[in-house]
Design a protein around this ligand. Structure first.
Ligand SMILES: Nc1ncnc2c1ncn2[C@@H]1O[C@H](COP(=O)(O)OP(=O)(O)O)[C@@H](O)[C@H]1O
Ligand SMILES: [Mg+2]
Length: 258
């Protein structure tokens, strides 16, 4: 279990995170949702260990990791821009991290991941020969071969569209379940957050607006902020789609008999 206890971060005297306390069960997905500038990336960086918190503690399975350097935490991130090596092939990217840590994943396990992510026929391609969705899957594979105990994803779906987005969503869920991975995903899309996660953390101006299950956020929004910015967006989307289908379902009056 991941525990944050009173995490705060100031930049030049300005608080960008304040009093962040929460628990996340092993094997579950949390989405971090909120307006731009709300502190989402800063929180991810504090958890990963790129950024030191000004205050508070971070624990994993009871162990205090607040001052433990990034590479010793066993956490790993898929960056928003994937940060793949353009001059290496998909396969070379996937196994890159294993150079210094051979044996973390066996050849068999790598093969399993590659097949789960549907990357078999792309392994020999250079990164610039891959589509956005394929790059995303390579970035996921590269991170997963390192067997992180906590997987961080910064807006993993924002560069993808339509059907590809839905298929990556399904893959991420499948992997999280199969590997019992604890996962934290940043997004600015309430639908993504609520459909992908067990818990949603809504951040506003560096504070927790609500930390809850998607169901509770929808049924019991904790504040006007949650109601206005999160629920309202979902309702507009729902109503748009509903009216689209209702219109098609309505019988065409000119086609009626008599
Ligand atoms: N390294 C930094 N130095 C100074 N201010 C920063 C730094 N990183 C982030 N901030 C500020 O902290 C606030 C939160 O930023 P960020 O965590 O990137 O928000 P989000 O990811 O939700 O858009 C913003 O006002 C941003 O300008
Ligand atoms: Mg950000």
């Amino acid at each position: 279990m991941l525990e944050l206890d009173g995490i705060a971060k100031s930049f030049g005297g300005r608080r960008v995170l304040d009093g962040i306390s929460l628990r996340l069960e092993t094997g579950s997905i949390m989405s971090v949702l909120g307006p731009s500038g709300g502190g989402k990336t800063t929180l991810l960086n504090v958890i990963l260990g790129i950024t030191d918190p000004t205050d508070g503690r971070l624990l994993y399975d009871g162990e205090d990791l607040t001052r433990v350097p990034m590479e010793k935490r066993g956490f790993n991130i898929v960056f928003q821009d994937y940060a793949l090596f353009p001059n290496l092939s998909a396969h070379e990217n996937i196994v890159y991290g294993l150079r210094n840590n051979p044996g973390v994943s066996t050849r068999e396990e790598i093969g399993e991941l590659v097949s789960l992510l549907g990357l078999e026929e792309h392994l020999g391609k250079r990164i610039d020969e891959l589509s956005g969705g394929q790059k995303q899957r390579v970035a996921l594979a590269r991170t997963l071969v390192m067997k992180p105990r906590l997987l961080l994803l910064d807006e993993p779906l924002s560069a993808l569209d339509g059907v590809i987005k839905e298929s990556i969503k399904t893959k991420i869920r499948q992997i999280v379940t199969q590997f019992n991975l604890t996962t934290i995903m940043v997004t600015h899309d309430p639908e993504e957050a609520c459909t992908m996660s067990d818990r949603v953390l809504i951040l506003n101006e560096g504070r927790i607006a609500q930390y809850d299950t998607p169901e509770n956020i929808i049924e019991h929004p904790a504040s006007d902020f949650v109601r206005t910015f999160i629920l309202h967006q979902l309702e507009v989307k729902r109503d748009n789609i509903r009216s689209l289908f209702d219109e098609r379902a309505r019988p065409n009056p000119t086609a009626r008999e008599d």
